[in-house]
Design a protein around this ligand. Sequence first.
Ligand code: PMT
Length: 314
Amino acid sequence: MADPTVSSIDGKLAEEFSIPTHVEEVKQKMAAFATQHASAGRRVVLITSGGTKVPLESRTVRFLDNFSSGRRGSTSAEYFIDSGYAVIFLHRHRSLYPYTRMFSTINMLDALQLKGGEEVVVDQQVLPDIAKVLKKYSEVKESGLLLPVEFNTLSEYLHMLKVAAQALSTIGSKAMFYLAAAVSDFYIPASDMPEHKIQSSDGPLQLSMKMVPKILSPLVKEWAPQAFVVSFKLETDASILLEKARRALDTYRHQAVVANLLETRQTSVLVVTLNTQAELLLTEDEVKKQVEIEEKIVSNLTAAHHVFITQQAG
Ligand code: PMT
């Protein structure tokens, strides 16, 4: 029998979050990608990355944004590919992207030099690793192991995640969901949204926002019930982090939570499962050597995914 909570979330999604016009086309692409790679013996991970945007007006001038640079998602995508996975990268438009992320702070024009007035060459001092990264990027492009899909708004994110889950449900336990995006908990339904730009001449702005349905619930129970699902938990107060991660596992019954604190998220995380918890840390020496914590997160989770697949088969 259909779970009433799940049916009500499905109903809300259809009624209150506008459906992107190209969602069916994206679903077909994701389904074809998953089938192709799973039949070649590969596991497939769907990574969500970056923050969602919640518009305050239909013809949007202002919006609320959730914090996330996309570093966690884009860096993890590279390590998943290195571990043999095919990656669907569902990311916020213009957030950090695998491989190009390494040059995100560089002004492109500072990295180029004019030679003889017409020819353009790359300044290797500004971009010392460019050849190595370009080689890797081209190999990945050629191999078709990375399928990028973009979102901007919360509505786009929710609908894209739903069709991604449905597309990946065909490959069962070979699919992993790695939900690193920072997703808004509040929104204004389309029916309550003013059409035009809110006028400051009307005085101070008072907002009333509704709660966004927790999408993990239908994802785990209905859309992709056989998949290995990893959610993330971001907090600023260390004393509640573990308890919040445990509560999420208790509520949604998925496989793992990666819990992190805003300030230390690049050097320390907790990977929490129903029966275990592992603290993954970078030592000072590793930080100096530019080791990335995502390498350890991905290694931990791909091993757990392997065990999960074996157990499901047995
Ligand atoms: O991108 P970076 O700058 O590198 O930062 C990485 C990060 C800190 C954003 C990342 O590591 C992280 O913690 N991401 C999750 C942040 C978050 O929004 O947590 P949350 O408590 O709001 O949500 C917890 C989980 O519930 C998430 O996996 C989310 O996908 C899921 N969720 C959230 C809202 C919602 N309506 N439905 C959901 O299912």
